[in-house]
Design a protein around this ligand. Structure first.
Ligand code: G3P
Length: 218
């Protein structure tokens, strides 16, 4: 299972990378805006800065919603670095764009996926990754993890190459459940990745080991 971090914050990306478990990064226009990255040149330079930190796939999202615009932006993004994956929204023109890029060996991540039907369409078009947003489904009183299960089943039934990238992950149990269900990738905030470290019995156990050592060794 691959661990991606869902942020455009370079310090957080570095921290996750230093932990030694980071396989890639996903960004979106909201995450870029949160870091105050504005203007086309700064945005493109920021993607390159992310690629310089992590040796893994980095999703960079197009802003255009028309076919020609998505192709133009996607080609520009793909030329930035070999690890860039062009993130395309799950809309009609987006599916056409994913097919265009698949035919040219440019990798894509189909984002804003909220149903199994959308995920099937993305795979048919040749998306490299599909991003179901499980937290946002949970927010809307719908079982986000059930969607992961459905998509994993469907992709296995037909041996699609598209990888299931579980997104909008809010807590460690989302991540653990995605692992149980066979999601290929999880993308989550840094605190969810580091949250996996935590268990009070680990802390208590370590404290006792060290205390016992000290008793005999001083
Ligand atoms: O990158 C897309 C997705 O992970 C967004 O998550 O928390 O804004 O629903 P969230």
């Amino acid at each position: 299972m691959k661990f991606f971090i869902d942020t455009a914050n370079l310090a957080e990306i570095r921290e996750a990378h230093e932990l030694g478990v980071l396989d890639g990064v996903t960004t979106n226009p909201s995450l870029m805006a949160k870091e105050g990255i504005q203007g086309k040149n700064n945005i493109l330079a920021h993607y390159v800065a992310i690629c310089d930190i992590v040796d893994g796939d980095v999703s960079a999202e197009v802003i255009a919603t028309d076919y020609a615009g998505m192709i133009r932006e996607g080609e520009e993004l793909a030329e930035l670095h070999p690890n860039i994956v062009v993130k395309i929204p799950m809309i009609r023109e987006g599916i056409r764009a994913i097919k265009y890029f698949a035919d040219r060996d440019i990798r894509t991540n189909c984002t804003l996926v909220f149903s199994a039907g959308q995920a099937l369409l993305a795979a048919k078009a040749g998306a490299s990754y599909v991003s179901p947003f499980i937290g946002r489904l949970d927010d809307a009183s719908t079982d986000g993890l059930l969607l992961i299960e459905q998509i994993v089943d469907i992709y296995q039934n037909y041996a699609f190459d598209t990888e299931v990238l579980a997104a909008s992950i809010r807590h460690t149990m989302h991540l653990v459940k995605c692992a149980e269900l066979g999601a290929d990738v999880v993308t989550c905030p840094l605190n969810v990745i580091t949250g996996l470290l935590k268990h009070p019995l680990t802390d208590i156990g370590l404290e006792k080991f060290l205390a016992d050592y000290k008793k005999v060794n001083g």
